[in-house]
Design a protein around this ligand. Structure first.
Ligand code: HGY
Ligand code: MN
Ligand code: MN
Length: 409
């Protein structure tokens, strides 16, 4: 069994084929959740699931789960991730975890191995949260953290709802959602950060996921003439947004440690060179491995924004787009990944995940952990995202042997 190995050529072919859907001219791909490109990607992967004889189901939020029968029924060992991307996505983020799961299934089929327990391979709707917040939406609904109706009612950045778009692409399924039990959950994913690449480590043994706080600020002032309006008569929404963005960075710099802060979206109205902006919408993404630290960062940011708005005579509205506390993975799963990797002669490093993942939604309900493989130069959410085939092979083989152990014990 130890020598059982995946077919890296087959896995890379699937990765490349999926990466062709929504391909961007300079490389990478754009398959925003519930877009036509997402539908095409879903159709392709669901087709591969059916070709492998998996029993495929689609649930009410569009999660797709393919089950390989075991010698006995019961909750499956679940392998999952996502196939939606950000607008400047690479071909590995999420997709690797789903397609490595299909490769595990096909490798077991080729070896005529039927495991004791069923194995499921899943992709979850809207992991990225880039079009519809929050991120990890599908897995949150799947595991009962987010209500189905609430998710379907979410309006995206383009004014369309999740429910309408899900129906439009034909993935509003009927399978039950909310707290479906898995025996355990394993997700393979590219690190998306610099640590494994910089330290020459082959496998990241992920111990948990840091907390995530996404806020949307809307600052409302008074449009006015850029030339005639004295500085002391302005209610400039733009300067309040700019000062708040600078403060977000200052919070991360002052706190240090794992604290990060990102202003990723900033939209001014009327967005013209000679008009004092009367409205600005801006997002701030704060993250930290410590919940109390994340709360402190939020408090400092919200207090600053309010004061900056008051001073300028600008009103402020704030909406939480996503808020997840840090998650710790089950020690038994983390140790299994670490010992199995070491037994296969792989170098390992225990680490938290800086990015959110579907696995974090399973962690409260079943033994869950993740396998990271290196991202070249730590780049992700960028069309230059790359992971070497040798690293992919090592990670997928490790996934195979971890799943084999969990589906047999
Ligand atoms: O934002 C994240 O961490 C993930 O890519 N959804
Ligand atoms: Mn991802
Ligand atoms: Mn991502």
């Amino acid at each position: 069994m130890k020598d059982l190995t995946i077919d890296i050529t087959r896995l890379m072919q699937r990765l490349q084929a999926l990466g062709e859907i929504g391909a961007l001219s300079g490389g990478g791909c754009c398959r925003l959740a519930l877009s036509d490109e997402d539908r095409k990607g879903r159709d392709l992967v669901t087709g591969w699931m059916r070709d492998l004889g998996l029993a495929v189901s689609v649930d009410g939020i569009g999660n797709v789960v393919g089950v390989r029968a075991g010698q006995q029924d019961g909750p499956p060992v679940m392998i999952g991730s996502h196939i939606d991307t950000v607008a400047t996505g690479g071909i590995y983020d999420g997709c690797l975890g789903v397609l490595a799961g299909l490769e595990v299934v096909q490798t077991l089929d080729d070896a005529r191995i039927v495991t004791k327990y069923p194995i499921a391979v899943a992709f979850f709707t809207n992991e990225e949260g880039a079009r519809f917040a929050p991120d990890m939406m599908g897995s949150a609904v799947h595991q009962g953290t987010l209500g189905l109706d609430a998710a379907l009612a979410v309006t995206g950045i383009d004014g369309l709802t999740v429910g309408d778009e899900l129906r439009r692409i034909g993935y509003a399924g009927v399978a039950e959602t909310g707290n479906l039990r898995a025996r355990c959950f394993v997700e393979m994913h590219v690190e998306q950060g610099p640590i494994l690449d910089a330290t020459g480590t082959e496998i990241g043994v992920v111990e948990g996921v840091q907390g995530i706080s996404w806020s949307e600020f809307t600052f409302s002032g008074v449009a006015n003439h850029a030339g005639t309006t004295p500085m002391n008569m302005r209610c400039d929404a733009g300067i309040v947004a700019a000062r708040t963005a600078v403060e977000a960075r200052a919070i991360a710099d002052d706190m240090g440690g794992d604290q990060v802060a990102t202003v990723g979206h900033l939209e001014m109205v009327p967005n013209l060179v000679n008009v004092v902006p009367n409205q600005v919408q801006m997002t701030v993404d704060l993250r930290n491995t410590g919940e109390s630290l994340l709360k402190a960062a939020e408090a400092r940011l919200f207090d600053f924004a309010q004061k900056a708005a008051d001073v300028e005579g600008v009103s402020i509205a704030r909406r939480t787009l996503a808020r997840f506390e840090p998650v710790v993975f089950a020690a038994e799963m983390v140790d299994l990944i670490d010992t199995t990797a070491k037994a296969r002669g792989l170098s390992t490093r225990r680490m938290p995940s800086g990015a959110g993942h579907d696995a974090q939604m399973f962690a409260p309900n079943c033994p869950t952990a993740m396998i990271f493989v290196p991202s070249r130069d730590g780049i992700s959410h960028n069309i230059e995202e790359f992971t070497a085939p040798d690293h992919i092979r090592a990670g997928a083989d490790l996934l195979l042997h971890v799943v084999l152990q969990k589906a047999s014990d």
